[in-house]
Write a protein that binds this ligand. Structure first.
Ligand SMILES: [Zn+2]
Length: 107
């Protein structure tokens, strides 16, 4: 899969760059102050995260890709979470998560 580049200077982004564990995604969401309140229903609490089944204690976050209309075979990568009450599924850009950890690593 080829991923689109959000910023020209960021260079090619690989699947490895976009692979995160659930604990890393949770760290990112907490750092950004994301709410546990569903914007579509009264649910406020835990969400369902779409993850792989490779690691039961800290599973890998599945990478979803959204294809745009102008570049065939180029995808914008995102993670999905799901409201357990109404099924609303907000997505989170994996570019944003990637940049968060890159900046953290580089100080
Ligand atoms: Zn909901």
């Amino acid at each position: 899969m080829t991923y689109s580049k959000r910023e020209p200077q960021s260079g090619p982004v690989t699947e490895e760059d976009l692979t995160f564990s659930l604990s890393q995604l949770m760290e990112y969401l907490a750092a950004k102050g994301r709410s546990t309140q569903c914007p579509m229903c009264p649910h406020n609490g835990e969400w369902i995260f779409h993850t792989g089944t490779d690691d039961e204690t800290d599973p890998r976050v599945l990478i979803f890709g959204c294809q745009n209309s102008s570049e065939q075979g180029v995808y914008t990568p995102f993670a999905l979470m799901e409201c357990p009450r109404c099924g609303f599924m907000p997505s989170t850009s994996l570019f944003a998560v990637h940049h968060y950890f890159k900046d953290k690593k580089n100080g």
